[in-house]
Design a protein around this ligand. Structure first.
Ligand code: MN
Length: 226
């Protein structure tokens, strides 16, 4: 094994609930417009299926650290999401086998530079600067899980006021379908995180805002915008 010419970047990690060993993050995939009411509030087309975009692995913010307010935006938005942690490799898996790849679930917030996203949409340009910036993926500890995916409420409050309050059952693609679809586009591998989309009620954050997110049965995530 050759030496590195420069020090390699550290592996981003997320804790596993109740365990000393952490989950190493390999890649972050995200589903866009996976809840009909959110697709409408974004001006999306009701006839078009959800789609994927990505964030770099080092965008992850583990619990206990506060994300920095990003540069070059005047409209940072919160999107509360159920996050799938992949624990087994798979490609071209059928929805019926997709849940076998799941290591566990976490609560995540897909932070978004909404103004840059709107400009990118307008110009037909990529979303990387709108979605894949530093500290754009706060994630809770991962809860190990097997069998049927979480059900119930997904909600987010800012400074104690509820902003998003949805149901996981309102997802257009369910967890099995998301994992299957992703595995047709990428060879999934242990360490991949998949953000599964957000319900309606997204809105702006400013420095100092206290954000608290919860997914029923999965856990809670809280941070202050630094
Ligand atoms: Mn999102």
């Amino acid at each position: 094994m050759a030496d590195f010419a420069i020090a390699p970047a550290p592996v981003p990690t997320v804790p596993v609930e109740g365990e000393a060993a952490a989950f190493p993050v390999r890649r972050i995939l995200c589903v866009g417009q996976n809840y009909a009411a959110h697709r409408r509030e974004m001006g999306g087309d009701d006839r078009k299926p959800p789609f994927f975009f990505t964030k770099p692995a080092d965008a992850v913010v583990p619990p206990g650290r506060d994300p920095a307010y990003p540069s070059r935006t005047a409209n940072l938005h919160h999107e509360i999401e159920l996050v799938v942690a992949v624990g087994r490799p798979g490609r071209d898996v059928a929805p019926e086998q997709a849940l076998d790849l799941v290591f566990g679930y976490a609560v995540g917030v897909d932070l978004t530079r909404r103004d840059l996203q709107a400009a990118a949409k307008e110009a037909g340009r990529p979303w990387d600067a709108a979605k894949g910036f530093d500290d754009s993926a706060p994630v809770s500890a991962i809860r190990r899980w097997s069998g049927a995916p979480p059900q119930g409420r997904i909600a987010l409050s800012v400074n104690g006021q509820t902003r998003q309050d949805g149901q996981l059952s309102d997802m257009i693609w369910n967890v099995a379908e998301i994992v299957a679809e992703a595995s047709r586009l990428w060879a999934l591998a242990p360490g991949d995180l998949i953000f599964t989309g957000t319900p309606e009620g997204v809105g702006p954050l400013v420095r100092g805002d206290r954000v608290e997110g919860e997914v029923e049965g999965v856990g809670k995530l809280s941070f202050t915008v630094a």
